[in-house]
Each structure stands twice: as C-alpha cells, then as structure tokens.
Design a protein around this ligand. Structure first.
Ligand SMILES: [Zn+2]
Length: 386
C-alpha cells in the first residue's frame, strides 16, 4: 500500500465547497486515504449515494506515476476502490489505446485471411480438375451449410438441423480435407473471434467457427452450385471417378456402422470410442454384409456387452470393450452357418446424412442404398454406365 502513488485531482466545478469535498474524498497520504467515506458524508449530512455521485460528477483523479505505455496518458481512477485495485498495476494501456490496438489486430487478422484467400484463388482449379470425392464433398457441404444466396458456407458450429455425414468427427475431417486441398478457403467475413494471430502473426483459425468460401476457378455462388451439380450428375462422372467414389462409399458405410454402434451402446449407457480393431472388424463384415445387416450384428453385440455388465464384476468400460470380441464371434458364426442376417431399418435417431443422400439417392439413384445395399453397389452402377 505504501508504494501507491499520489493522485492528481482535477475539478470539473469551480465551486470551492464542492472542490473541498472532492479533495477530502481523494486525499491520499502514504498510500492510504486520509478519511473514511462514511465520516465525510456524515459530516456533510448527505447520503453515501449522493456523496459518491457528487464526487464522480465534479472531479477526476489521475495517477501521478502510472502512465499508458503507448501514449503516456496517466491512469484515471473512477472511485477509491478502483484506485486500490489498479494503482499497483504499472503496465497499463489507456482505453483509447486498447481500442486502437484492437482495431489494428482486427485489421491484421483480416489481412492474413484475405492473403490466404487470394493465394487460394490464384491456385484454384476448375471443377473438372478436382478429385471427384472433393466435388461430392463440396456439393454436400454447400447443401448442408451454404448461405441463403450460396455466397458462402456458414460456420459449422452454426448448423445444427441435420447431419453432414454419419459422424460429427468425420464432418470436421471432410471440411479439413477440402480446406487442405485448396477447394475452400476461410471467408474474411468470418466472425473475428474465430481467427487468432500467433506470435509470428500467422492466422490460426477456430476450425468450426469460421465461415468458408469455395475456391473453384471460373464460378462462385449460385452458378458454382449449378455447375457443380451438373458436373456430378453427368453420366461420365461416376465412371471417371469410380475408384475415388468407391472409397467414399466404403468409408460412409463404416461411419454408418460406427455411428450405430455408438448409439446402441449409449442406450445401455456404455460409452465407447471405437478403436482400430473395431473399425477393422466392421470393414471385414462389410465385405460380406450390408450396413443394415452389420447394424443387426452390432446391436446384438451391444446387447451382449450390456448383459455382461449387468452380471456384475466388471466396469462399464470393460463391458463396452467386450463388444468387439462379441461382434467378431457373431459375425463368424453367421458366416459359418450361412445364417441370413435380417437387415435393420435405419434408426430414427440416425437419419440419412446429406452426403449419403447426395451420393446414393441423387447420384446413384438408390433410396438410401448405402444403408440397405451391398458394398459393390457403385461398381455395379459404374459397369452399367456405357
Ligand atoms: Zn494510451
């Protein structure tokens, strides 16, 4: 406290009585206020509220020592408690300088994003040169999060009405893949808090909070959307991109199964994050069964895991992990005995994703074929195209 600096008082009112009152309020000696506030307002026969308002209205208190690091403006105090809490703070920037710095920061952020967008546009490729999978992804992303005029892609965190892909984790991967491959760039009109600058002034974006612009040569907005749709629905598209699209179908099938497993276990309150082994097992099963059939086997495996837990003596985590072994046994038995596994219907809580709808319903002309059909659906379709 003894280190606290003296105050310079400015009076707004020339009246000496008012000035004397304000001085009593602000008088500091040896870092302490000389009089208590209560004593002053009682002496004057006014309420505390009236007294504080009077001091605020008629005087300004400035530090004689602490000055703004940027412009040299002394620190100003609004009240005694303001003085007590801030008078030790030597590194100080005044409100005007903070506002200026904030403005400069905003400009710098926007500039970085504009530069990145310019680079993206300079390297933009026409639709025909994009990986077919990226065309499909961009189509799905525009459908999922495109703004009303299709001028930009809304921030992922702002869209909640449906699913882009069967799993949220993969939604982010999809956006990331488009970004890393120069198919989209961060929109400079993104909310400023979604972008930060690191110590080297490089922009770091909060991935799900920024909005995006497609960077495709020769078209944007509605025109791009129309060209993209026409490009994807062109009969030659499937033939030309068969391998890439098949990989997309395979991955979607895996995601459908993982999303189903997650939900089935959640219903038994067995939280579980599928690892490599589970994924590999599902991929194997999908070589023989449709997604709808694999869901049946997964459902039984989840039920077994729940029963295992209910018998007692094991943790939820341990029980949940037993789902992999259970699934493997059920799958092997079904194959060995040539059992006909009844396909499940799509679960109400896991509606068909936008990507699946575009790929299966629009492009391949099968109603939710990714769920009900077999893995060779695309190959069959591609072969049928002359
Ligand atoms: Zn300043």
């Amino acid at each position: 406290m003894s280190e606290q600096p003296a105050l310079h008082i400015e009076y707004v009112d020339a009246d000496p009585v008012t000035q004397a009152l304000c001085l009593r309020y602000w008088r500091v000696e040896g870092g302490r206020f000389v009089e208590t506030v209560a004593r002053i307002y009682r002496d004057e026969g006014i309420s505390q509220t009236e007294f504080t308002a009077l001091v605020k209205r008629h005087s300004r208190a400035w530090s004689t020592v602490i000055k703004c690091m940027r412009c040299g403006e002394p620190m100003q105090f609004a009240t005694r408690s303001d003085y007590i809490s801030r008078a030790e703070r030597r590194l100080f920037r005044c409100p005007a300088c903070i506002a200026t710095e904030q403005e400069q920061l905003e400009t710098a952020k926007r500039l970085r994003i504009i530069e990145a967008l310019d680079r993206g546009m300079a390297n933009a490729r026409p639709l025909a040169q994009l990986d077919p999978r990226h065309c499909l992804y961009l189509w799905a992303l525009l459908k999922y999060a495109g703004s009303e005029d299709l001028g930009y892609i809304r921030a992922y965190c702002k869209v909640r009405h449906e699913r882009l892909t069967p799993m949220r984790d993969f939604d982010r991967e999809l956006i990331n893949e488009l970004w890393r491959n120069g198919v989209i760039a961060v929109d400079p009109d993104s909310i400023s808090t979604a972008v930060e600058l690191d110590s080297e002034q490089n922009a770091r974006v909060h991935f799900t909070e920024v909005q995006w612009l497609p960077t495709v040569r020769g078209a944007s907005g509605v025109l791009l959307y129309e060209l993209l749709e026409a490009h994807v629905l062109d009969p030659g598209f499937i033939t030309a991109g068969a391998a890439s699209l098949q990989a997309c179908c395979d991955h979607l099938a895996l995601l459908e199964c993982l999303a189903f497993l997650e939900m089935a276990l959640e219903e038994y309150r067995l939280g579980y994050r599928a690892g490599e082994k589970t994924r590999a097992m599902i991929v194997t099963a999908l070589k023989v069964f449709t997604v709808a059939q694999v869901c049946n086997i997964l459902f039984r495996a989840a039920r077994d895991a729940a029963a295992f837990y209910q018998r007692g003596g094991v943790s939820r985590d341990h029980a949940a992990k037993s789902v992999v072994g259970s699934f493997e046994r059920l799958m092997e038995k079904s194959i060995a005995n040539e059992w006909v596994v009844t396909p499940f219907r799509r679960n109400y809580n896991l509606p068909q994703s936008v990507l699946s709808r575009l790929l299966y319903n629009r492009l391949l002309g099968t109603d939710d074929g990714g769920f009900t059909g077999g893995g060779s659906l695309l190959q069959g379709h591609a072969a049928a195209v002359p």
